[in-house]
Design a binder for this molecule. Structure first.
Ligand code: SF4
Length: 711
């Protein structure tokens, strides 16, 4: 029987030989000066960047990097050598995969494989990770014992919220079983060969750099971060060959245990290399090994219910019904009632159900959720209501978009055939509202109506409340409230980051408004949203308060001393990494460029979102660059210290459309300018700084009259 260490060493030799061959062939074809760049990342070749501190830009540098990788494959029979060899194996795997991307940004196009993850994808997981919507990650390698079992384990992890990466034969099995795979359903077919695991390692180390501000080359920092912050593990099915075992050694070095059913030439290592011969028990054994505790809300519906299905799309051809608020009267609405007026868990349906309509047709449906509780406040109605989108989307085969009276809900034919009916929408809302808002909601009942004439009346009634709520929200300003709130949810990934949430500045992820923070504080008084008084203003133009400084100092554990709320240059708020947008100074115009996460192109700064985003994050202050939410752009407090939103000179066209109405209204109030958004340049006009300046001059943009930045 060959020893475990020897198998790892042999596997790493195999990986190195393969990488050497692939790289030599690439150099022979293109030469050493040929640039190499993985798409949409500011952390090119992230594995080498993280573990060796090497930034690789061309094939010559990649050759040097591979030579260095060889030196990491040491051959002493000590744990450190096995770990170093395992990480080096993953780095060699990255070399092989990166060579696929020479001259081709989409080498896996037309296949089921995802390959490289963009920085935007890494960042997209920031919020679900901190909220524990994704409690962990699993990498499943090789074929499961049968196609049915492959589908079962993937679905089993999905329904528990675990993000699934698939490598090798199990992907073919999932495809044969007709499974829906992809980032949106949190089950990603990474690649066909074992070296594709390097994309997952790259994903993890970028999370450490983006959210944890771990610096390239800080070996211990990466090990610490991946062990404590990323709850990952590996399920390699038998037979596990040497090269997979060598990759597994890298995973174990990162703190990710491997749970396998292979017993041949395999050794049990407590807590790290676990043999579970019954593959049906992989999930339970793995969750226990990684100490992952799941918060499960029991929802009484006939389809699966998990965060993994949140991004699922139901196409017209696959739907049984289209509840479409843009064409017929539809609504979702939370109403506060007296305790005596609500019968807990009563779900009423008035009107026809899904089996009484023509398949594929449109339907008018309203859902009124009536809640009562001693601590319930009408201010929480909109907070609860906005979560309906997430709640309903968690049901497999149900797609929800929009809010209030502009909702769309599609129920797929599969969900209908599984028995899903209108009252199940009520079951979802009841279960989630009661479990997530238990501190304020004592009783909850749901009234669903599918009678078009009645829905017209219900909609009119609700619109009166919506108007009142909007007026209340508009009256909420930083000056009109007595307190702000912290949000430190992201500290599980970004240990020193603190958001200060005010009525006019929501959290930089875009998901936490002042009302959300207030509700969170009342739901969980010792939780992430703590009250920040504002009794001692220092400079209201900057948004500088003694109380705010004390709060950030306390909640960043001393990492931060001063934070201003309205300045980009003086002690700007820190960024954790999951911000919706980032802004940066554009020196030629004395303005700022804003770019949102979804935009993949360049900006006039010569940087993409990923590159700008890499300038900040991890809870550090970077004057001149700042992450923020989309909603903040149209706030009167946006860059107030630097002159306000009139500093905005460029943003992507799609983002302009999203903020146009509110931004125009703000610019009108602040500067008496009409249609300000049209003065802002975008990628359809130019990404060149000189042409940008010409455009601003042509439009008479107010930034040209403003003082230069005080840098
Ligand atoms: S408000 Fe800030 S700390 Fe809270 S989840 Fe959003 S980005 Fe993270």
């Amino acid at each position: 029987m060959i020893g475990l260490f020897d198998r790892v060493f042999r596997g790493s030799d195999e990986m190195y030989a393969r990488a050497d061959e692939v790289l030599n062939a690439a150099i022979a074809r293109h030469g050493t000066s040929k640039p190499i760049q993985l798409p949409d990342t500011a952390y090119n070749m992230a594995c080498s960047l993280a573990y060796a501190g090497r930034k690789i830009t061309n094939l010559g540098e990649l050759r040097e990097a591979l030579d260095h990788i060889k030196t990491m494959m040491t051959r002493e029979y000590r744990t450190t050598d096995v770990f170093s060899t395992g990480i080096a194996t993953a780095m060699a795997g990255e070399v092989i995969e990166a060579c696929l991307y020479i001259d081709n940004n989409t080498p896996y196009e037309g296949t089921p494989y995802h390959g490289h993850f963009s920085d935007a994808e890494v960042r997209e997981l920031g919020v679900p990770l901190v909220t524990n919507d994704i409690p962990g990650f699993v990498v499943i390698i090789n074929e499961a014992p049968s196609d049915e079992e492959a589908a079962e384990i993937i679905k089993g992890y999905q329904t528990r919220g675990i993000f699934v990466f698939l490598v090798g034969g199990i992907i073919d099995q999932a495809v044969r079983m007709g499974m829906n795979l992809g980032f949106a359903v949190r089950a990603v077919a990474v690649g066909p060969e074992i070296w594709a695991v390097s994309h997952v390692v790259s994903f993890c180390v970028r999370a450490a750099m983006i959210f944890g501000a771990i610096q390239p080359g800080d070996w211990d920092g990466f090990m610490d971060y991946t062990f404590w912050r990323l709850h990952a593990f590996v399920n390699p099915y038998a037979p596990v060959n040497d090269i997979t075992l060598a990759m597994g050694a890298g995973g174990i070095a990162m703190g990710f245990p491997a749970i396998t059913n292979d017993t041949r030439d395999m050794w049990r290592v407590p807590k790290t290399l676990i043999i579970q011969e019954n593959t049906k028990d992989f999930i339970e054994t793995s969750l226990e090994a990684r100490d992952i505790k799941l918060k499960i809300t029991k929802v009484d519906i006939p389809v699966a219910f998990s965060n993994a299905f949140e991004g699922e799309i139901v196409r017209r051809t696959d739907m049984h019904v289209d509840i479409d608020g843009s064409r017929v009267d539809c609504l979702e609405f939370v109403q506060t009632k007296q305790l005596t007026e609500v019968e807990d868990h009563q779900i009423e349906l008035e009107g026809p159900d899904l089996d009484e309509i023509e398949p594929g047709s449109r339907m008018s449906v309203t859902m009124v959720v009536q809640v009562a509780g001693k601590n319930m406040s009408p201010d929480f109605e909109s907070v609860i209501e906005r979560k309906f989108h997430n709640f309903i989307n968690c049901a497999e085969g149900i797609m929800h978009t929009g809010q209030r009276d502009m909702i769309r809900i599609r129920v797929s034919t599969d969900a209908y055939n599984a028995g899903f009916r209108l009252r199940h929408l009520g079951e979802i809302l009841y279960a989630k509202v009661k479990s997530e808002y238990e501190a304020v909601v004592d009783k909850c009942q749901v009234k669903i109506c599918s009678v078009p004439e009645k829905n017209k009346e219900i909609r009119e009634m609700a619109n009166v409340t919506f108007d009142k709520r909007d007026a209340r929200l508009a009256s909420l300003t930083d000056e009109s409230v007595d307190v702000f709130y912290t949000c430190i949810l992201c500290q599980s990934f970004s240990p020193s980051h603190v958001c200060i949430v005010t009525p006019e500045r929501l959290g930089l992820c875009g998901a936490v408004s002042w009302l959300d923070a207030k509700a969170t504080n009342e739901l969980d008084p010792s939780g992430p949203c703590q009250i920040v008084t504002k009794n001692n203003p220092v400079d209201e133009q900057l948004g500088s308060y003694v109380d705010v400084d004390e709060a950030v100092n306390k909640y960043s554990h001393g990492a931060l001393e001063h934070v201003t709320l309205y300045s980009l240059l003086q002690d700007p708020m820190t960024s954790c990494g999951c911000f919706e947008c980032i802004c940066g100074i554009e020196p030629f115009s004395n303005g700022v460029v804003i770019v949102n996460r979804e935009h993949v192109g360049m900006t006039p700064l010569g940087m993409s979102f990923s590159e700008m985003a890499s300038m900040t994050g991890g809870g550090v202050q970077t004057p001149g660059f700042m992450g923020h939410g989309k909603h903040f752009i149209a706030s009167k407090k946006y860059l107030k210290a630097e002159g306000g939103c009139a500093r905005i000179v460029w943003m992507p066209a799609a983002l302009k459309e999203q903020v146009r109405e509110r931004l125009n209204a703000t610019a009108k109030q602040l500067y008496d300018i009409d249609d300000f958004t049209d003065m802002i340049c975008d990628e359809t006009i130019t990404e060149d700084p000189e042409e940008l300046l010409n455009y601003l001059a042509e439009k008479g943009h107010p930034v040209l009259e403003m003082e230069p930045f005080d840098l």
